[in-house]
Ligand binder design. Structure first.
Ligand SMILES: *Cc1c(COP(=O)(O)O)cnc(C)c1O
Length: 332
């Protein structure tokens, strides 16, 4: 059974398999040069633009791989997930294309526009509880009651392998990449990307970037085991939430593959978002901007010559970004 597979058995082969399976659903995204960041960092910096991916984030990769790995019987019964935003949207999108019924559990805290973003793709929305944890608990109940298959937002080998296809795409264009910066929350994204990169070259540095406000994986690494961290409001809302006290895959993968984790203040994240709009004319959400912000603030030393930054998503209120640009616009 895939679901009881320890992380050591998740290999580059699984990421290549994912690549084949998701090719018709997830787009290959651009790896765009950033002359200004390159100048600042003293290295050639490129941005992997998952903010222009279908549904506005990379989450469609893992969701597509998970759904395509289901048996006919599982597909007939349908899938379920819990999410506050990008993952729920991606699962709804992929499920509709695959003709699979999807149920998305959202807490009462999830704002109306995000609920609409999920309903837009025809998924059944179940509103439950006042927190992500309560929505998660309801999802697990519905797995039992209705025989649905859970599509975990990060702690699932198929989801991790799907996200890892970003690593393959980076390697194809930049085989000599020295350092890769990756936004970090539950660790499905960085786990998959690092697996692919380190299989090709164990010397490639993989750096996770989180917000200081509620960095669950960072504190778990410090503690040597998954720990509960209080959720706080942050510009990088897609990075908030826990790693799961019963974490099965991503905690070990992050511990094994990730060389360093950097934490950012809210103001630094805002600068990253403003810079990306001003300089690259791209709307990115806070979570998507953290790698750029880390470079802007010179937080990473020993970058080497070739650097890739995963810009993970763009689902943010446009008025909010425009407001930040007024405040944090880079001075020429
Ligand atoms: C989910 C998400 C992340 C974090 O991914 P994990 O696999 O949970 O570490 C980063 N950025 C965006 C935009 C996301 O939606």
């Amino acid at each position: 059974m895939m679901s009881s597979m320890p992380p050591a058995e998740l290999t580059l082969r699984d990421v290549y398999a994912a690549r084949q399976r998701i090719a018709s659903v997830a787009a290959r995204t651009p790896l765009a040069p950033s002359p200004t960041l390159s100048g600042l960092a003293g290295a050639r910096v490129r941005l992997k633009l998952e903010c222009v991916q279908h549904t506005g984030s990379f989450k469609v990769r893992g969701a597509a791989n998970k759904l395509s790995s289901l048996s006919d019987e599982e597909r007939a019964r349908g899938v379920i997930t819990f999410s506050t935003g990008n993952h729920g949207r991606a699962v709804a999108f992929v499920a509709r294309q695959a003709g699979v019924k999807a149920v998305i559990c959202l807490s009462e805290m999830v704002p109306a526009n995000k609920v609409e973003g999920v309903r837009q793709f025809g998924a059944e929305v179940v509103r439950h509880g006042q927190s992500q944890d309560e929505a998660m608990a309801r999802a697990y109940e519905l797995v039992e009651e209705r025989g649905l298959t859970l599509v975990h937002p990060f702690d699932d080998p198929q989801v991790i392998a799907g996200q890892g296809t970003i690593g393959l795409e980076i390697l194809e264009e930049l085989p000599g990449v020295d350092t890769v910066l990756v936004p970090l929350s539950g660790g499905g994204l960085i786990g998959g990307v690092a697996l692919a990169l380190k299989a090709a070259n164990p010397g490639t540095r993989v750096i996770g970037v989180s917000m200081a406000r509620g960095a669950a994986m960072y504190h778990s690494l410090q503690a040597g085991k998954p720990v509960q961290v209080a959720e706080k409001e942050t510009l990088a809302d897609s990075l908030s939430g826990g790693v799961g006290l019963d974490n099965r895959y991503t905690f070990e993968m992050v511990r094994r593959f990730v060389d360093e984790v950097i934490l950012l203040a809210e103001e630094e994240i805002a600068e990253g978002m403003a810079f990306t709009l001003e300089e690259h004319r791209l709307i990115v959400e806070g979570a998507g901007a953290v790698g750029i912000a880390a470079l802007l603030r010179g937080k990473v030393t020993d970058l080497g010559r070739e650097v890739a930054v995963v810009v993970s998503g763009g689902n943010v209120d446009i008025a909010q970004v425009l407001g930040l640009v007024q405040e944090y616009r880079p001075t020429p």
